[in-house]
Design a protein around this ligand. Structure first.
Ligand code: XBP
Ligand code: MG
Length: 246
């Protein structure tokens, strides 16, 4: 059976479009200082905490499971406090990105800019907050960055975080495409699992926070997208088992 034609690339954001997690970590720690909490997430701890997708979920997990100040407060108080901490963190992250803390990973800009002329649609499927996407892509691609993506699914539209497939299932639904006609670009095991559960083939470009994770299910693992062309992606995609017509 003829393999399905590749029709769309679905990009993860953090760790894939840019190495954002070191800036996220700095923003979390700055928020803890601003809130007068003597919490500090070093790289080793943050690498472990990144196994929990979503900043609010990560703070809650840390507070409930690692109990830095003894038992976490009751659920209502906890949720309000976590929200306030996360709002502080998001404001710091946006400021750091606006000050030029980040740039796109190698090869990302070239793929985003060449895809439409080569017949590929673009989408985003991320667990990060909308403000973070805006800060990163407004700076990297300009004020009209949103026009390049047919679909953006994020923490505000898909509250069930990776490895749950919700963000990818909603992206497919809005693209009106079958999973086998798409490729997901990810950096983490959680992201790989989420896309795989949505039956989307995945290319992984790990980063220092995720390089140790298991990417067995990936179609391909690359050090980065540097030098990767749409033709490469089409060839690798054509070699996938045809999940549209099993
Ligand atoms: C990675 C995440 C996010 C970021 C922090 O998202 O899990 O939680 O670490 O951003 P992606 P927030 O799916 O793009 O890899 O604090 O806004 O969650
Ligand atoms: Mg990611």
């Amino acid at each position: 059976m003829k393999p399905p034609t590749l029709r769309a690339l679905i990009f993860d954001v953090d760790g894939t479009l840019a190495d954002t997690e070191s800036v996220h970590r700095a923003a979390f720690n700055a928020a803890f200082v601003e809130a007068r909490l003597d919490w500090h997430w070093d790289e080793e701890l943050y690498t472990r905490l990144l196994e929990v997708s979503g900043g609010k979920e990560r703070i809650t997990h840390y507070w409930q499971r690692l109990r830095p100040d003894g038992p976490a407060p009751p659920p209502g108080v906890l949720a309000d406090t976590v929200q306030r901490l996360h709002d502080l963190k998001t404001a710091v992250y946006s400021r750091l990105v606006a000050e030029g803390a980040l740039q796109l990973r190698p090869g990302v800009r070239q793929l985003i800019e060449s895809a439409p002329a080569e017949g590929l649609r673009l989408a985003i499927a991320t667990t990060t907050s909308p403000a973070n996407i805006e800060a990163l892509l407004q700076g990297a691609l300009g004020a009209d960055w949103r026009a390049r993506f047919d679909v953006v699914e994020d923490a505000s539209t898909a509250p069930r975080k990776k490895p749950h497939p919700q963000v990818y299932l909603q992206a497919l639904q809005r693209l009106e495409l079958e999973a086998c006609a798409c490729l997901a670009l990810e950096d983490s095991a959680n992201g790989l699992q989420a896309a795989t559960r949505a039956l989307i083939p995945v290319i992984v470009t790990p980063n220092p926070f995720t390089a140790h994770q298991d990417f067995t299910a990936a179609l391909r693992v690359l050090p980065s997208l540097e030098g990767t062309t749409v033709a490469d992606l089409r060839a690798w995609h054509a070699a996938t088992p045809d999940s549209c017509h099993p």
